[in-house]
Design a protein around this ligand. Structure first.
Ligand code: COA
Length: 235
């Protein structure tokens, strides 16, 4: 790289860093983030804005209403992300360098919370609902687009009343341990724990606990083998 290009790159990083330092300032923050965005490319090119300073990058096109939102350093909140707490909702905690990509919705209501560990990335169009129970996701977890997490269900036994009037119940919290990978469109239901390093295949519906390092696929998700083991008699 020529000296001029190195110098230009360094200057650009310095400008981005200064702009992002001002990003939390009310009103002015929106303007400086808009300017910083103009200096980088679209979508994932903007991740640099979460790295240049210790301030998170929050797109001006994200919608956030959550009094108890705790953001770690270097978080990336993309366009169209929603983080919404109902008046009785619990907290939302995002560890350092958590990325939430566009269209993802985090919503918390009574008795619910959502906690996501450091370096976890949640791709586009995911839905994390903390109602009656918590959704706790560990560190270094990879969540592909269109995954859903629901620690509650609707009551529906009474045929004489609309389901939406029958309230909700929960069989327990959802926990994903560190280094889990969920493929496209996985649904994780109430009371489920997915063990460390497990892989869940695209389109699975996880209704029961999955052990550490297992690979599970299907509806309902069943373990087909264990990572690093050549053959398995689990199928
Ligand atoms: C599960 C997965 C990781 C592959 O794991 P694997 O251990 O290498 O599995 P294999 O490809 O050897 O398949 C083993 C069996 O499971 C089946 N299978 C694989 N993935 C499946 C899935 N998602 N749903 C249902 N069955 C699946 C295969 O058809 C095969 O069945 P067979 O033995 O009857 O032929 C992969 O198929 C997958 O779903 N990846 C997710 C891709 C994705 O979402 N990418 C987005 C990137 S963020």
């Amino acid at each position: 790289m020529s000296r001029i290009r190195r110098w230009a790159r360094h200057l650009r990083l310095m400008v981005l860093k200064v702009l992002m330092e001002f990003s939390p300032v009310p009103l002015l923050g929106r303007l400086v983030v808009w300017l910083a965005e103009a200096l980088v490319g679209p979508y994932k090119d903007r991740r640099i804005l979460a790295r240049v300073s210790d301030k998170p990058y929050i797109s001006p096109r994200a919608q956030i209403k959550c009094r108890r939102l705790y953001l770690g350093r270097g978080c990336f909140i993309d366009d169209g992300v929603t983080i919404y707490a109902h008046s009785d909702g619990g907290d939302v905690r995002l560890g350092d360098r958590v990325h939430l990509y566009r269209g993802t919705i985090v919503e918390v209501g009574a008795g619910g919370s959502v906690h996501i560990g450091a370096d976890t990335h949640v791709q586009a169009g995911c839905n994390l609902k903390g109602f009656l129970g918590s959704v706790t996701i560990g560190r270094n977890v990879q969540i592909a687009p269109a995954c859903g997490f629901s620690p509650y269900e609707h009551n529906f036994e009474d045929r004489s009343a609309a389901i939406k009037l029958q309230g909700i119940r929960s069989a327990g919290d959802i926990v994903l341990e560190d280094d889990v990978w969920l493929g496209l469109g996985v649904a994780v239901l109430e009371g489920v724990r997915i063990g460390k390093g497990a892989v869940i295949g695209a389109g699975a519906v996880v209704t029961k606990d999955i052990p550490a390092y297992a690979i599970a696929v299907g509806v309902p998700a069943r373990v087909i083998r264990v990572r690093g083991e050549v053959s398995s008699n689990l199928a």
